[in-house]
Unconditional design. Structure first.
Length: 449
């Protein structure tokens, strides 16, 4: 469409038509109370703020005082130690009961008693047993001349009875024969104890004795040997009653040898007997079983006449043989017997013991000529001893197991051998004894009442 000239003329513009920059704009504020009045106020835009950083999350910890970490570590260590200690107490818990045994003092003043070799059980009689030992000693003595002699060899044998439990009596001069036919004889009669039978088998009875060769001469000086008894050859005892050497057979001689004067022989004899006595007593003490006791004054030592052996121009060997016989008592039986004799009848009944016999002097008041064959002996006692009632500690531990500690006094009523007692249970907060008796230790206090 064709345009008019008017259309081509620029249109006249007013100041209102000029655009105002953004930062210079005006905002009209109209006062409602004065509607006819208008004011223009320029307001600058707020300054641009930097962007807000993303929010971080954190945990607040209260500030610790100085040294606080060390205190916490120590407290933790102490707590661990306490826990381990409590666990240890529980693991190694147990109990200990200490008691004072009942005792009584025994006094003796020439009190005389009798013991027997055999008696019925419960008879109240005191039993004794006999042990026998032999010994030989030699010493040199000066020779004052020479003499023609004919001497028989001698030595010690052990005779065994494996035939029966009954003793076997052998008379004096009973023959014992070696495997090559040599004969030796006993000087006096003996009684061989019967064999003993137990659950593990039987053990032959035995006794030591001295034998002398049937003929003099050096050919009877032999070493250790076995012996049979020719006198039993046609009897059933022949293979079960026999002997074996304890020492060699020595001293046999025929010919001329040095002669020992009487005074020199007496000196040699005294020295030999003193040495034999000490040696045999020591051997006897060593051979007595631990639960038996031997009193020296209830023993007997006999000596054979000294003999002269090999010799030179200036001296000779003097030998002597000794036999030891001793009485022994079982300690528990002797203590029970003396308690029955000396303690009041209202005293508690139960096993007793005397732990120290050193203050008791025992002496024979009868003949000691044949202790081996005696069926009874009499003796006297002087001195004093402490009698102690014994307690079955294993039984007591079993009775205490699992029981309350408060029940102790009632349990001890069954043990009159205990005078007083105290108990400690571990750990300390436990009020009952352990269920396992092995964890309960029972110990006697040496204190006297």
């Amino acid at each position: 469409m064709p345009k008019n000239v008017e259309d081509m003329v620029p249109k006249k513009r007013s100041i209102r038509d000029v655009p105002i920059p953004e930062n210079r704009r005006r905002i009209n504020l109209v006062n409602d109370s004065a509607p006819a009045r208008k004011e223009a106020v320029d307001i600058a835009p707020p300054p641009r703020m930097p962007p807000t950083p993303p929010r971080e999350e954190y945990t607040y910890t209260s500030p610790q005082p100085r040294g606080g970490r060390k205190v916490s570590a120590w407290l933790g260590a102490i707590a661990v130690v306490l826990i381990l200690a409590l666990a240890g107490f529980s693991l190694f818990g147990g109990a200990t009961l200490t008691y004072v045994p009942r005792t009584a003092e025994l006094a003796f003043s020439n009190n005389s008693y009798t013991a027997v070799k055999s008696a019925e059980p419960g008879s109240g009689k005191l039993l004794f047993s006999v042990i026998q030992l032999t010994g030989d000693k030699s010493a040199s003595a000066p020779a004052t001349g020479s003499e023609q002699v004919s001497v028989k060899a001698q030595g010690t044998i052990v005779v065994y009875n494996n035939y029966s439990s009954e003793p076997q009596k052998l008379i004096a001069n009973t023959r014992f024969q070696t495997t090559d036919g040599k004969i030796y004889r006993i000087k006096s009669g003996i009684t061989v104890p019967g064999k003993k039978t137990s659950g593990t088998g039987s053990q032959p009875g035995s006794i030591e004795t001295q034998v002398v060769a049937d003929q003099p001469g050096t050919e009877y000086n032999i070493g250790l040997s076995d012996f049979t008894l020719p006198g039993l050859k046609d009897s059933p005892q022949y293979s079960s009653v026999y002997a074996r050497s304890k020492t060699s057979m020595t001293g046999g001689f025929v010919g001329t040898r040095g002669k020992v004067g009487e005074s020199d022989m007496a000196k040699a004899k005294s020295l030999l007997e003193d040495a034999l006595k000490i040696e045999l007593q020591n051997q006897a003490r060593a051979q007595v079983p631990p639960d038996f006791i031997l009193f020296p004054d209830l023993s007997q030592i006999t000596y054979d006449a000294p003999t002269t052996g090999s010799s030179t121009a200036t001296g000779a060997v003097v030998s002597e043989h000794a036999n030891f016989t001793g009485v022994i008592f079982k300690k528990s039986e002797l203590a029970a017997f003396l308690a029955d004799q000396k303690v009041d009848k209202d005293a508690p009944v139960g096993p007793v013991e005397i732990t120290d016999f050193s203050k008791i002097e025992v002496a024979s008041s009868g003949s000691k000529s044949d202790l081996l064959g005696a069926t009874s002996i009499t003796f006297q006692i002087n001195g004093s001893a402490t009698l102690l009632w014994t307690t079955n500690e294993a039984s007591l531990a079993s009775d205490l197991s699992g029981k309350k500690k408060a029940e102790l006094s009632n349990i001890l009523k069954n043990y009159p051998s205990i005078l007083s007692a105290s108990a400690t249970v571990r750990p300390f907060w436990k009020s009952s004894f352990p269920n396992d008796p092995k964890k309960i230790k029972i110990q006697a206090n040496a204190a006297k009442q």
